[in-house]
Every structure is written in structure tokens, then in C-alpha cells.
Design a protein around this ligand. Structure first.
Ligand SMILES: [Zn+2]
Length: 243
């Protein structure tokens, strides 16, 4: 299922009838005192793997680094500028298109505005160059409506929603003792950002989380992964049928 596990001749054969390729995106950034830095990437790769088990797509090596200005006050935020992320996405997708793989769907689970904007701009740049890419954009209202209640309230960083997804795939990476001790911290992140808050401390996230991580469960994570897989399958179908 992993594109980069193939040999060069095998990829050459594959280009004769190219599958959709999935490009997981995330960030290396603080997710509270309980969840790993690569939470967003684990979610992106988790949904890609689930979809790859159901339909004949291939999963590209992920782009782990993203825009992490909002969490820069905490240890572990390892970020890149918007232009770097944009250029990397564009060049990877253009390189694939040039060798016969025109269908790439970007799967991003890091929702910092700079990250979301860079991804959308990369899709536009590619379109200008004749390469159509899909984008599973969970910040679109119609998509967000299908996710959990906590996600819809805008408290969507390292809370019940994201922590449940990590518990479903990598429970070994969650400090469950720390998780259970965390009080709910409701923060409507999109609203606070519209009001001018530029980072987590300004939003009242003094421990780099919001929402209710103590309520997280692997069962909810599996259920959310099912929904994310459905959404990704729909994005794939849109890309290959709208030509
Ligand atoms: Zn996250």
C-alpha cells in the first residue's frame, strides 16, 4: 500500500494504470501534556491506511513538518514557513504528475490557518500548471458538520477528538495518567483567531490543549476514523470523476 516501498520497475508498471496517491500532512507540534507531537500526522496516516485497505490507492511518504507558529511557545514545535510547505507540496505532486501519476489527494489534519492556507494555495498553483489535486479539507463547514460534537465547537486541538484518534492507533503514545487529570478547557479556536489571538497562550490554551482530553476513548477514535475514511473516499471519487 505504500508507494515508496515499491521498486522503480514496479512504479513504471503502475503508471500504465495509475492509482490515486494519498499524501498525508501533519505537523510536529505540542498536543497538550498527554499526546505526542506527531498527533496530526498519526491521524492523517491512519485514515490513509484505512482507505488503502479498502480501495486500490497508494500512500505516499508523509510530509511531517507544517506551519506551527501558534504553538511556538511550547517545547517541540518544529515548524516551517508557509512558502516551504507550499513549494514542497507543489513540487512533489508535479514530479508525480510528470511521470504519469496525475491523481494525488492531500490529507491534512493540522488546522492552523497558515497551514490550511498553504495547502489551498498549493492546490491552486498545481491547477494553474494543469495538475488537479484533491484536498480533504476538514475546515470546510460541510465537512466539519460530520465530525464529533467537540470538533464542531471549535475546541479541536489535543482534546477528546484528537486524543481519541491517537488512542485508536497508538495508545502507547498517550500519557493516559496525564490525560485523565486534565480539566476541560473549552476554546472556540476559529472564533478566537478571528478576534485576533495569534497563538495558543493568547487563546487561553496555557497547556497547549483545548476540549476535554480526559473523555477520550479508543472507541470514539475508531468511529471517527470510519467517518474520516468515508470523507476521504468521497474526495477521491470527486477527483477521479470530475474530469
Ligand atoms: Zn492536532
Amino acid at each position: 500500500m505504500n508507494f515508496a516501498d515499491l521498486t522503480s520497475p514496479a512504479v513504471g508498471d503502475l503508471a500504465a494504470d495509475p492509482p490515486v496517491l494519498l499524501l498525508p500532512l501533519g505537523a510536529i507540534e505540542p498536543h497538550g501534556p498527554h499526546a505526542p507531537l506527531n498527533t496530526d500526522l498519526l491521524i492523517s496516516t491512519g485514515v490513509c491506511e484505512r482507505v488503502a485497505a479498502r480501495v486500490p490507492v497508494r500512500v505516499l511518504p508523509p510530509i511531517p513538518y507544517g506551519v506551527t507558529r501558534m504553538s511556538a511557545a511550547f517545547p517541540g514545535a518544529v515548524g516551517v514557513e508557509e512558502d516551504v510547505l507550499h513549494d514542497l507540496i507543489v513540487q512533489v505532486c508535479a514530479s508525480l504528475a510528470a511521470q504519469g501519476f496525475p491523481h494525488v489527494v492531500i490529507v491534512n489534519n493540522h488546522f492552523e490557518p497558515g497551514q490550511v492556507a498553504a495547502v489551498r494555495r498549493a492546490v491552486r498553483t498545481l491547477a494553474e500548471r494543469g495538475v488537479r489535486t484533491g484536498n480533504l479539507d476538514l475546515t470546510r463547514r460541510a465537512v466539519a458538520q460530520r465530525l464529533t460534537e467537540e470538533f464542531r465547537t471549535g475546541s479541536c486541538h489535543a482534546g477528546r477528538y484528537e486524543t481519541s484518534l491517537v488512542l485508536a492507533d497508538r495508545p502507547d503514545l498517550v500519557d493516559t495518567e496525564a490525560m485523565a487529570s486534565l480539566p476541560e478547557n473549552h476554546v472556540d479556536m476559529p472564533a478566537r483567531m478571528r478576534a485576533g489571538a495569534e497563538d495558543f497562550p493568547a487563546m487561553g490554551m496555557d497547556r497547549a490543549y483545548c476540549g476535554a482530553p480526559a473523555e477520550a476513548s479508543a472507541a470514539e477514535g475508531e468511529s471517527t476514523f470510519d467517518t474520516l475514511a468515508e470523507l476521504l473516499l468521497e474526495t477521491i471519487a470527486e477527483l477521479v470523476t470530475e474530469e
